[in-house]
Design a protein around this ligand. Structure first.
Ligand code: KIV
Length: 270
């Protein structure tokens, strides 16, 4: 992409996309090289997700990733991106204590990584933090439904908001986040009929993951979409390529060539 070929995605253009019914595409990114490929492919939003804790660091949950680590990932992504909006997860433990800590963490992300927005898990319980971050001029994306930072409270990664009371609370939380000024909301692993209600009730774009098709856009973890992860197989995941298989084949061929002294050949040396 040359400089003139692209127009940067902004929080405002996302709202316009919702208004004209144009679906929004979002994927995770954690490093420079992948972010460059994803951005050049034309994605609208790149999320530097705390799922880096799982797919990049091999942890079982998203809880261990630190603020310093997410800033490292985010600054690598920002260097590879020309067009997409870069959103960064506030990691577990960097915003839950109080709104002052939340604001300081969000400011560090924006200042040290050059990203464009932050994402936070939760509804009314983090209202004060959201307001303070927004008042500092930092765009905030909400995240409701299955919120992996609370996995030990939920006990399982199963579908959320199946019961009426939880669904009602989720819709109320989504309306609150919209009223506060969040530029978008991620809905994770909830019944499609609840996502549809949320999407039609608020003006901010709703991005779903395992939340059906009646939303304003979709997000997946890139490593899942390209088949770099193999053990994570939820119903909502569509694998577009099996990079695990392709890479394994390539690496096995390289090993074979090294062992057989087929690599490097005459043209591959000085
Ligand atoms: O961390 C992440 O990758 C996310 C997406 C699943 C939305 O929050």
């Amino acid at each position: 992409m040359s400089k003139k070929e692209y127009k940067r995605v902004t929080t405002h253009s996302l709202k316009e996309m919702k208004a004209r019914n144009e679906k929004i595409s979002m994927l995770t990114g954690y490093d420079y090289s992948m972010a460059k490929i994803i951005d050049n492919s034309g994605i609208d939003i790149i999320l530097v997700g705390d799922s880096a804790s799982n797919v990049m660091a091999g942890h079982e949950t998203t809880l261990p990733i630190t603020l310093d680590q997410i800033i490292y990932h985010a600054s690598s992504v920002v260097r590879g991106v020309k067009r997409a909006l870069v959103v960064v997860d506030l990691p577990f433990g960097s915003y839950q204590s109080n709104s002052g800590e939340a604001l300081r963490s969000a400011i560090r992300i924006m200042k040290e990584s050059g990203a464009h927005a932050v994402k936070m898990e939760g509804g009314s319980e983090i209202k004060e933090s959201i307001v303070r971050i927004l008042n500092a001029g930092i765009p905030v994306m909400g995240h409701l439904g299955l919120t992996p930072q609370s996995i030990y409270k939920f006990g399982t990664y199963s579908v959320r908001a199946k019961e009426e009371e939880e669904a009602k609370r989720l819709v109320e939380d989504a309306k609150l986040l919209d009223e506060l000024g969040c530029f978008g909301i991620v809905l994770e692993k909830i019944p499609a009929k609840i996502s549809k209600i949320v999407t039609s009730s608020i003006s901010s774009p709703v991005i779903g993951i395992g939340a059906g098709s009646d939303v304003d856009g979709q997000v997946l973890v890139t490593h899942d979409l390209v088949g770099l992860t193999t053990e994570f197989n939820p119903r909502f995941l569509r694998r577009y390529v099996d990079l695990n298989e392709i890479m394994t084949k390539a690496i096995k061929n390289y090993i074979k060539d090294v062992k057989n002294i087929d690599f490097p050949n005459q043209d591959e040396q000085y």
